[in-house]
Design a binder for this molecule. Sequence first.
Ligand code: IPM
Ligand code: MN
Length: 371
Amino acid sequence: MEKKITVINGDGIGPEVTAQSIKVLQAVANTYGHQFSYDYALMGADAIDKTGSPLPKETVDSCLQSDAILFGAIGDPRYDNDPSAKVRPEQGLLQLRKELQLFANIRPVTSHAALQHLSPLKNKHLEGVDFIIFRELTGGIYFGKKELSEDGDTASDTCTYQRFEIERVAQQAFHYAQKRRKKLTLVDKANVLESSRLWRKVVQAMAPIYPDVTVDYMFVDNAAMQIILYPSQFDVVLTENMFGDILSDEASVLSGSLGLLPSASVGNHSALFEPIHGSYPQAAGKDIANPLGSILSTAMLLDHLGLQKEAHQVREAVNWTLLSGFVSKDIDPVNSYSTSAIGDLVAGYVTRQGDQVYKTAHQQVNQSTII
Ligand code: IPM
Ligand code: MN
């Protein structure tokens, strides 16, 4: 199979984690006889520095012509504490989501047995945690009308949703639920917000089309608590843009580290894959960041290209590194592996198809370093 992938390294740790994913993609290509070509494009603070724009036109063009987009991270402290900055790195990502109509953001949350001790939650709460957050990505308060009064003392952001925007993401969420444990939870604030009441109405009207899916409704404040208290109750969580942003960071705590969570942003034509973590500027260039969020996003990319067997192999490789203790500093501050070492181990496992000789050799090295 020949596929064209646009690679956007972005800011902070973006380039180094993405480099590990490219290693893994190359291992997949060599092992399974595919050809992936990579077109590197700019976005974020990196793009502002080089071109003045957070999203140069060439980047959008490249994305439109590729089969998938692999993205690293966005954000730079130079802008974070400057609320009057006219251009901001994040605008690049938001514009790209809008231009490519990536309306559904899919964020799977699982708890790895090997990492349960890292979660601040008691283990009993983590049994059976396996859910997907479906976050609407191109509407709501992120994209509504924004105003700042002339005297600079009054500001507003408007949360607007249209029926079709809710329907198209809800449809995808229902389809996922049908393939999983057949439960969909709509998270909203319908006791207060008009836009949330529209979400409820639309989802209630769609529910009879999917009679095999049980639908329940939860207010976002309660959902924030339930995610911590009783996370295994969730299968597919459907929610609007900003609630999804906040709840997915919260949910990452269940997995043991924010550095582990992947995501896919899909529309009708394009699809972009990125770890949910940010640019982590303090770690940039130090080869200490966790590359697994990016590598697991790459597994989602492979699924999207129809390469399920390959995606499975990558996930198996990742599980093996976690179980063997080949983990980065965020997971084990004492016996940690570098970003690039973990990339090499995952890529090596894919190339060797997880054969026993490879596994044993590396595990022995690990044992001897720990002792
Ligand atoms: C995310 C990020 C982005 C968002 C930022 C960087 C604009 O936090 O992808 O979750 O808020 O959507
Ligand atoms: Mn976020």
